[in-house]
Write a protein that binds this ligand. Structure first.
Ligand code: FAD
Length: 394
């Protein structure tokens, strides 16, 4: 049996940040990782370049039953603190757009940085180590395939359900329920939307086509790229919306956001009366999409010059372009979701320390907690911030 001050279950973004922070305080820390490698999601993130934070971190970029919960951690370990760490390790990075920071070279550098810091802080790490049972009496006692470990503080950093092959697991939620803690309903987030019927067929024909659009549902609205896929819609705007969209709800698509579309179509008629609507629209939208829209909305007038199209028809088409109402069948689920919405109810935790209110010594950090960021580096920032604050107290 080996005794530590702190055991962290889960060697991902939040767990490693917590471990190195506690180690730097002189705490004896053990990280237990079930997979054969640490930080698999870090390695896969941002297309292999890890969108490790965002320059513009504000609480409104996070979803939670308690939107205020994240403020304390995010303001005590900020994006600038993480950037300073990245710079200390000489990792070159760049801003892609909207404040999103990516490594110039590879996400491997972020993982190497965290492991380096853990090594310097004397953190013990065991991978391929499954927790078989957990006893909680005076402190915590974990039976694992690699022996028995005890500690006064236990940090659960096992992440969410998304992408099981990258470590997605229900361990944290199950453990929380065993301790009688409330868990907010779980749902796949930052995930492509799927459709059935005619729109699915249309999406499949347009698969690979992308454009800038506004997508909206009752709780949210985003302007960014959308991408047609074999099963429906993806792309940053759709992924963002998926975290707000509720099953059964319709969504609205504005294919020309920020443009007065009716005026635009009427100006085509005035300026290019002999041309076709599809020719003019192709200056604004992908040609393949325009052809599909023509077949849907003005098939009988496809060969009619603009001069002969009634204003009412043009206004009608403008209305559809600005407000195409679609009903998703669902999402692609945890198989492809970047995050899991919901999780450990924040009422159970201190926002200053991430410690459980009813079970001193037990901490939850990162994605397993009911705090989920927008796309753009916000989920890693939550992992770093919540991991760091817990690391100060464990
Ligand atoms: C493909 C993909 C790309 C992403 N890209 C970005 C991005 O660019 N920017 C961004 O901000 N966010 C991104 N995310 C989201 C981000 O990866 C997560 O929000 C973040 O990793 C959460 O950190 P975490 O430490 O809480 O969980 P994780 O990083 O998932 O770590 C949890 C760890 O716990 C381990 N574990 C699970 N169960 C057990 C157990 N029983 N015993 C021991 N260990 C266990 C897992 O194997 C894993 O290593 C991406 C997600 C995915 C899936």
């Amino acid at each position: 049996m080996q005794n530590y001050d702190v055991i962290v279950i889960g060697g991902g973004a939040a767990g490693l940040m917590c471990a190195l922070t506690a180690g730097q305080r002189g705490r004896r820390v053990l990280v237990l990782e079930r997979a054969n490698k640490l930080g698999k999601k870090i390695l896969m993130s941002g297309g292999g370049r890890c969108n490790f934070t965002n320059l513009d971190v504000t609480p409104d970029r996070f979803l939670s039953a308690n939107p205020h919960f994240c403020i304390s951690a995010l303001s005590r370990f900020t994006q600038h603190d993480f950037i300073a760490l990245v710079e200390k390790h000489g990792i070159a990075y760049h801003e892609k757009n909207r404040g999103q920071l990516f490594c110039d070279a590879s996400s491997k550098q972020i993982l190497a940085m965290l492991l380096d810091e853990c090594a310097s802080a004397g953190v013990d790490i065991r991978h391929s180590c499954e927790v078989a049972s957990l006893g909680a009496d005076d402190g915590f006692r974990l039976e694992t395939g690699q022996g028995t470990f005890t500690a006064g503080s236990l940090v659960v950093a096992t992440g969410g359900l998304s992408i099981p092959s990258l470590g997605g697991s229900d361990f944290g939620y199950t453990l929380a329920r065993q301790f009688g803690l409330r868990v907010q309903p779980l749902r796949a987030g930052l995930v492509p939307l799927t459709f059935t019927g005619a729109f699915r067929e249309l999406s499949a024909r347009l698969s690979g086509v992308s454009l800038r659009a506004r997508v909206s549902c009752a709780a949210g609205s985003f302007v960014d790229d959308i991408l047609f896929t074999h099963r429906g819609l993806s792309g940053p705007a759709v992924l963002q919306l998926s975290s707000y969209w509720q099953p059964g709800e319709p969504l609205q698509l504005d294919l020309l956001p920020g443009l007065g579309i009716a005026d635009l179509l009427l100006s085509f008629k005035q300026d290019k009366p002999r041309s076709l609507l599809r020719t003019q629209l192709a200056g604004y939208l992908p040609v393949k999409l325009v052809k599909e829209l023509e077949a849907l909305w003005w098939p009988d007038e496809a060969g009619t010059p603009l001069a002969e199209l009634p204003d009412k028809l043009l206004r009608d088409i403008a209305g559809r372009l600005a407000n195409w109402v679609l009903k998703p069948a669902g999402t692609e689920g945890y198989r492809t979701a970047e995050v899991t919405l919901g999780g450990i109810d924040t009422r159970e935790l201190s926002s200053r320390t991430m410690e459980c209110r009813t079970r001193p010594g037990l901490y939850f950090i990162g994605e397993v907690v009911d705090v989920t960021g927008h796309l753009g580096g916000f989920n890693f920032q939550w992992a770093w911030s919540s991991g760091w604050v817990a690391g100060q107290y464990v």
